[in-house]
Design a protein around this ligand. Structure first.
Ligand SMILES: Cc1cc2nc3c(=O)[nH]c(=O)nc-3n(C[C@H](O)[C@H](O)[C@H](O)COP(=O)(O)OP(=O)(O)OC[C@H]3O[C@@H](n4cnc5c(N)ncnc54)[C@H](O)[C@@H]3O)c2cc1C
Length: 397
């Protein structure tokens, strides 16, 4: 049994803790924030592949108890005409159908489940540095080394493996692979909620509408309670600066978006105009493919390793896949070094394919493999191969 230190209690870190616990490892999570719901504002869609990963660690309830299901996708062009209306993912299976939920709520539900299963989650523990024993690495059976996390409050923790699940601006990555930097993927992303969208602009519950507008890619869906969740991805050569994001007044982004969206006779402008709560904004950002994930006894997972632009809507689902496959690798491989190598060999092609597809959509680069509207998951490895990798009862050794 290995002792695993998980830095970051977001979706990747908490799911990894659940999976590692199920695989019989000793695990503790160290989260910088003092509580579990620091970004309750953002929402995301979990795709069938992410929900399949959750099911393998018996944590479906964490997702199905919150948010609402999505069973179909309507695609609308810039004239407002419908070009497609298709089932979404594994719509027939209540555990695997797409779900729209708030990221903070998913985090809180996963953390509550981890605590219920006896996982230690230490809040307010911000990683400051990592120290590795002189043997340096995880390679070789029985290597005696250890890794120690030092936290900003002076605390320390020592284990056999340290997982950097600390997101896009990962401290673990900065310490272990300082040359690997996230980069702008060509779009500014806005999102918001309104209960006052014009009735004519609201689709039936369970349907996500993707509008391929002339000035923005726009998505909207409405909860059973009548709240419309929407996002807009707008191409721009430069990212917004931290100052612009921090100092925009209330209503600033809405007032900027509405005239832009009015260029097309679609539902988008009316939905945004009806949004009274502040509109949230972020830059689409990705990790370049090929960035290192492993350094001795540290491994990056989730956004820390492979953040992708949000166009395919796969970041959280990929993080959940990482969690299950890593835990299986540690369970099945003969030693730590080969487990980490196997994890990377299985995960890198799939997540980098997603990063490429998503980045191409965000940058407006259309190839035969990209989908201008975003949507269902990238196709490598084949669904059957992925299902086999995720299936808890099969061996990866
Ligand atoms: C606008 C937008 C829309 C998106 N839409 C979707 C979508 O529809 N579907 C989807 O699947 N994904 C979506 N994503 C991506 C998804 O949110 C991420 O891929 C996912 O949350 C990654 O989880 P993570 O655990 O790797 O990172 P995070 O959720 O960022 O978690 C990292 C955690 O580490 C903690 N941390 C950071 N530094 C330290 C430190 N030094 N010490 C200790 N703890 C630390 C943080 O507090 C945080 O809790 C979207 C992302 C964006 C930006």
């Amino acid at each position: 049994m290995a002792r695993v230190l998980v830095v970051g209690g977001g979706i990747a870190g908490t799911a990894a803790a659940l999976a590692l616990r199920k695989a019989g490892q000793e695990v503790a999570v160290y989260e910088a924030h003092p509580d579990s719901a620091e970004d309750i504002g953002a929402f995301l869609t979990l795709a069938s592949n992410g929900l399949r990963a959750l099911a393998q660690i018996d944590a479906s309830d964490a997702a199905t108890s919150i948010g609402f299901p999505l069973t179909s996708m309507r695609v609308v062009d810039a004239t407002g005409a419908e070009s497609a209306h298709v089932p979404l993912g594994e719509a027939g299976d209540p555990l695997l159908r797409y779900r729209c939920l708030r990221r903070g709520e998913l985090n809180a539900a996963l953390q509550a489940e981890a605590v219920r299963r006896g996982v230690e989650i230490v809040h307010g523990a911000r990683l400051a540095s990592v120290e590795q024993a002189p043997d340096g690495g995880a390679d070789g059976p029985g290597a005696p080394g250890a890794v120690t996390a030092h936290f900003a409050d002076g605390g320390t923790a020592t284990g056999d493996l340290l997982l950097g699940a600390d997101g896009l601006n990962s401290t673990v990555r900065r310490l272990t692979a300082p040359a690997a930097q996230p980069c702008y993927a060509g779009q500014r992303v806005f999102y918001g909620y309104t209960a006052d969208a014009p009735v004519s602009d609201v689709d039936e519950t369970g349907c996500i509408t993707m509008i391929r507008g002339s000035t923005a890619a726009f998505g909207h869906m409405t909860s059973p309670e009548g709240e419309t969740y929407w996002f807009a991805r707008v191409s721009a050569d430069e990212p917004l600066t931290a100052d612009e994001i921090a100092h925009a007044g209330p209503g600033h982004w809405r007032d900027l978006l509405v005239p832009l969206l009015r260029a097309d006779p679609t539902a988008a402008a009316g939905i945004v105009a009806a949004t009274k709560a502040p509109v949230l904004v972020t830059n689409a950002t990705e990790m370049p493919n090929g960035a290192p994930w492993r350094s001795g006894r540290t491994l990056l997972i989730g956004d820390a390793a492979h953040a992708a632009s949000p166009a395919t809507g796969q970041g959280a689902s990929m993080a959940l896949e990482d969690a299950v496959i890593l835990a299986k690798c540690l369970r099945d491989a003969p030693d730590l070094g080969s487990a980490l190598a196997l994890h990377e060999a299985l995960r890198r092609p799939r997540v980098e394919h997603n990063t490429t597809v998503s980045g191409n959509i965000s940058r407006g680069v259309h190839t035969s493999r990209t989908r201008p509207s975003g949507g269902p998951p990238p196709s490598r490895p084949g669904d059957d191969e992925l299902i086999g990798q995720l299936e808890w009862s099969t061996s990866l050794g």
